[in-house]
Design a protein around this ligand. Structure first.
Ligand code: SF4
Length: 305
């Protein structure tokens, strides 16, 4: 059944001259059929570099929006209209404008997991991989508003020693991983290295050996001599970790760490997306150019990203 659907996707992709991108949290079968897998910003940068005119983004809305911001000449499709990110939706542009008015001298750094409207109101965008480096590069006398993820924000504050103004947003999936989950997993696999994403809660992060973005987890596992890993992030990453490191064993810290929005993308929806050219994600030009500036400033500060 899957083989037939995958063949159909391949032929539609060729006919449409499309490229399929899949985030590291997608279901394994979606990751396997994608042309590129990775984190949201890395995928959008790759999308901007391809000749393809159609981008099918297997991820959530803010990721497709980021691709649309960076690739205004391409059509960006999200196979499931309702695949959103609860954390990105925890702050609106209006709320951020109010926060800026309350802190008129502060710079605004937004996590890439944010809407285009919020990016447009921000000075800098960052990823979980470069947030620490980016904040470290900002003038020491400037106060910094960090939105929307309080957990990534606390991690950045701790690593940089900066007193950040945090927004109380959080990832509804990462907070399902508990301290107890980590303790139990460690008791079961005492020799395992615990990798946790900075979006996890603070007690979970305190028990981890390494705090890494998904891209950093893949690099770390490839270089490490450890044989076992406990992975505290969305379980989709386990597929890529196993595929790229067949000699090692990877265990999810919690089977509950499943992002329901990421898992809304199915093979059948990818078929419909390519057949009916749906659902196109666009960003109004005025918002797009301002949002792009926050992404461009990130690249200016961190040219090697
Ligand atoms: S895993 Fe968390 S941050 Fe990522 S899309 Fe799902 S809810 Fe949003």
């Amino acid at each position: 059944m899957n083989e037939r659907v995958i063949k159909k996707i391949e032929s539609l992709k060729e006919r449409r001259k499309a490229v399929i991108l899949a985030h590291n949290y997608q279901a394994g079968e979606i990751q396997d059929l994608a042309d590129f897998t990775g984190d949201s910003l890395g995928l959008s940068i790759l999308a901007a570099q391809t000749d393809a005119q159609i981008i099918v983004f297997c991820g959530v809305r803010f990721m497709a929006e980021t691709a649309a911001i960076l690739c205004p000449d391409k059509k960006v499709l999200l196979p499931e209209k309702s695949a959103g990110c609860p954390m990105a939706d925890m702050i609106t542009a209006e709320q951020l404008i109010k926060l800026k008015q309350e802190n008129p001298d502060a710079l605004v750094v937004c996590y890439v997991n944010s809407t285009a409207d919020v990016k447009a109101e921000s000075d800098y965008c960052c990823t979980s991989a470069n947030a620490v480096e980016l904040v470290n590069s900002l003038p020491a006398d400037k106060r910094i508003i960090f939105v929307p993820d309080q957990h990534l924000g606390r991690f950045v504050a701790e690593r940089t020693g900066r007193d950040l103004i945090l927004w109380p947003g959080y990832c509804t999936t990462h907070v399902r991983i508990t301290e107890d989950d980590i303790r139990k997993a460690k008791a079961k696999y005492p020799d395992a290295v615990v990798l946790a994403h900075p979006e996890c809660s603070e007690p979970v992060k305190e028990l981890a050996d390494e705090l890494l973005s998904t891209g950093q987890m893949l690099k770390f596992a490839a270089r490490s001599e450890a044989k076992r890993f406990i992975v505290a992030t969305e379980i989709g990453i386990i597929h890529a970790l196993k595929k790229q490191n067949p000699r090692a064993e990877f265990y999810p810290a919690s089977e509950r760490a499943v992002c329901p929005n990421m898992k809304k993308i199915t093979l059948d929806k990818v078929v419909s997306s390519l057949e009916d050219m749906q659902y196109e994600i666009t960003v109004p030009e005025q918002i797009r150019t301002r949002a792009k500036k926050s992404l461009d400033r990130m690249v200016e500060v961190l040219p090697t990203r």
